[in-house]
Design a protein around this ligand. Structure first.
Ligand SMILES: [Fe+2]
Ligand SMILES: [Fe+2]
Length: 284
């Protein structure tokens, strides 16, 4: 590990772009059970760009609504404010992660499609397994690999060291740790921390590859971990990370996941994630 390189990585975390202020305010509203439709409407009143995106997406095939929606108020009534906030965050995050990540062999849009698929798979798992997990699961899953946006450049520069024979069978985040002294999960958690995201979401990103290593295990981490592995096993956004991932057995037990669920969740994920990705692409 090279301390100078680690310092450069940490500097890049500090200069990583932020989410728009309105998105961060909406996230606070999502956490608060007392939030009202009026508060959300008021916040979006001064955000014409976000409003236009919300309306386009609400009217897209993904929601399949019977009639055209023309205002935020109608959108809230039709899809609910929690869903609407997720849409806003999804559209903001897309601007940040919809880029090629060279070191990881992810072309433009690959990380984005993988992130959407993990969000969709997480929601399907929560429903299928009847878990009481907070609404944050969608956004936490969407951002689980954001650290790759910072680390990709360093992975590319150190590719000869990374491709060494003795590291070949190691899970990729362990390779990152041995070369850089940090992995993309910890970098992602740092980014979310800087964005003032709730600690529960920071924790999900930090432990998504090692749910059993978290200081306190919880279903939110377990769900995103399993959803991520499921998408990697289905070949959605694999890149350099490869296919050596298997879900943690104990995480699967904690959320009550059996083999029988896996196939169902995988096929539902593919279908829904494609629909959502297409709607968002049509949106840009
Ligand atoms: Fe990851
Ligand atoms: Fe991932």
């Amino acid at each position: 590990m090279n301390q100078k390189e680690l310092n450069l990585i940490l500097d890049d975390v500090k200069s990583f772009p932020s989410l728009p202020a309105a998105a961060l305010k909406l996230l606070t509203l999502l956490k608060d059970e007392k939030s009202s439709n009026t508060q959300i409407e008021q916040l979006l009143r001064y955000e014409p760009g976000l409003t236009a995106n919300i309306l386009k997406l609400t009217n897209s095939a993904f929601f399949g609504l019977p009639k055209q929606i023309g205002s935020i108020r109608q959108a809230i009534l039709m899809i609910g404010w929690k869903r609407l906030i997720q849409i806003v965050l999804t559209s903001c995050v897309s601007a940040i992660i919809d880029k090629p990540v060279h070191g990881y062999d992810l072309s433009s849009g690959d990380l984005w499609r993988h992130s959407i698929a993990v969000s969709v798979a997480s929601e399907i798992l929560v429903k299928e397994l009847n878990l009481s997990v907070s609404e944050e699961v969608f956004t936490a899953a969407l951002l689980h690999d954001v650290g790759k946006m910072v680390l990709g450049r360093y992975v590319k520069n150190d590719i000869a060291a990374i491709d060494r024979e003795e590291l070949r069978d190691m899970p990729f985040e362990q390779v990152e740790r041995s070369i850089f002294g940090i992995d993309h999960a910890e970098i992602g958690a740092n980014i979310l921390g800087r964005w003032s995201f709730p600690p529960s979401m920071v924790t999900v990103v930090r432990w998504h590859h090692d749910p059993d290593g978290a200081p306190k295990t919880n279903h939110l981490i377990d769900v995103v971990h399993v959803a991520d592995v499921l998408c990697l096993m289905s070949g959605i956004g694999v890149g350099r990370e490869g296919l050596q991932y298997r879900p943690s057995q104990t995480a699967c037990e904690r959320i009550g996941l059996t083999e029988a669920h896996l196939e169902k969740v995988a096929s539902q994920t593919l279908q829904t994630a494609n629909q959502l990705a297409e709607s968002l692409q049509a949106d840009s």
